[in-house]
Design a protein around this ligand. Structure first.
Ligand code: CMX
Length: 136
């Protein structure tokens, strides 16, 4: 499916404001965008490390996937996102290979990307996101 790079790594945090100083002051990477993704019930903060982004995720409601994750596992790596150049085709390939899709069709994610998630139960426990930047 021709993955080009790791688009971002999603990290679940309890509180964005409290997490920012570690990334900005210790790692020395600047947050360049804070955005709420209402349908995912998360607030996100983005940093760039080379071509890859770090996406901090704070839940905006108790039934957010991120709130459920933190309740079960605590803060930490929540998902890995790969960039693809044909998301529909990539989803079809995953489905044909027997991978359980969370999103059957692409939907809109943060930063204007088209995204779809694969279920962690069919990807060795790693919640996996595929993203396509249709503006490129
Ligand atoms: N990574 C690995 N495993 C995960 C997981 C994650 N991020 N989230 C849940 N799981 C596991 C749970 O530990 C649980 O495993 P066990 O049954 O062994 O205990 C199982 O998946 C089911 O978890 P659950 O808490 O009952 O949650 P649900 O089944 O309701 O939902 C999931 C799980 C992955 C389908 C849901 O979180 C989802 O749809 N995620 C995709 C959307 C998302 O995460 N959005 C937030 C980020 C959005 C963004 O980046 O913009």
């Amino acid at each position: 499916m021709n993955l080009s790079h790791i688009e971002h790594i999603g990290i679940a945090v309890k509180n964005l404001e409290e997490a920012l100083p570690y990334y900005e002051n210790v790692l020395g990477i600047k947050c360049y965008n804070i955005e709420e993704v209402a349908d995912q019930k998360v607030k996100t903060a983005f940093f760039k490390v080379g071509e890859t982004k770090i996406e901090l995720l704070e839940a905006t409601s108790e039934d957010s996937p991120v709130a459920k994750f933190i309740e079960k596992k605590g803060e930490g790596v929540h998902h890995i996102a790969f960039a693809v150049n044909n998301l529909e085709g990539a989803l079809q390939e995953c489905s044909d290979a027997g991978i359980k899709l969370i999103d059957q069709t692409p939907r809109k994610g943060a930063e204007g990307l088209s995204i779809a998630f694969l279920h962690p139960k069919s990807t060795q426990g790693v919640l996996t996101e595929l993203c396509e930047d249709k503006n490129k």
